[in-house]
Unconditional design. Sequence first.
Length: 129
Amino acid sequence: MSKWLTQEWMDETREMAASQPERPGATAKMQYVITNTPDGNDIHYYWVLENGKLLDAKLGDLPDAEVTMTMTMDDHKSVQKGDLDANTAFMQGRIKVTGNMAKLMGLLPITNSPDYKQLQADITAITEF
């Protein structure tokens, strides 16, 4: 098991996501900022998606990110565990978004696909929260 939001966890999730189907047009450079962490320091990480494939997942900042999503650690954990739907969290303002909103809207339907939901459950199963 990997500790959640470590580089080891990012590497494992990227490998697990390799089995996801190609989704033409689902391409984005996404920055995440996780606030309200136990140690008081925000966690920054990013994903680079190309046609639905997770090409890169690393701790740190992506200078040319197209979308930045900011949320609390508790909300992010709830989304990861499947207890809080990402679309719902966004609509409730629990996920703050800056950047190219059209890019993000183009990716949201993926989060409701059976393949994505299974991947999310598989990742949660190997995660130490």
